[in-house]
Design a protein around this ligand. Sequence first.
Ligand code: FE2
Length: 194
Amino acid sequence: MSTGQYNEVTEEEVSTMATATGLPGRLHHTAYVSRNLEATRHFYEDIIGLPLLATWCESDELFGAVRTYCHCFFGLADGGALAFFQFARPEDQALFGPKMPASPFHHIALKVDKATQDGIEARIAKEGIKPPRTYVLEHGYCRSLYVEDPDGMICEFTLDHPDVERINREQRGKAHQELRRWLAGDHTSNNTFR
Ligand SMILES: [Fe+2]
């Protein structure tokens, strides 16, 4: 690391620091319930491009009864994973897998480079997935491709602005102050990139 100043380090160095300073590191896995793990596998493996890394098939005493379920992990580049459960009994499926809330503000966002974003966008189009199940938003500081999975979970694939390190440094320096300002009622936009 070239400097002790948090706001002068690269993204890679920040990631190293996260571990060194005792913060949680990368995502280990998310967990959601799928109605049909083959539809989920097709979406995440064939369209998004995340390899199926593990399929755990289990019966456990969980939350007051024996639950029989399958649990699939789809790998991200850094070793993290998106994981999905499907239950054998419809009662367990209904109990643990309520429908996702229909809100674009509930989503998971994964960082991509341009080639990866382009590839996912092309495979979404080839699959015949169309708006409103997929769309692109230009946020200024990033370009985001959104797509809904077979169970209604929205995945965002985020391509950072080329100047991301400067942008993050500036945001970091004023993050608390801006939060206080907004919560106090001053809702002036501070996104100067759009
Ligand atoms: Fe987002």
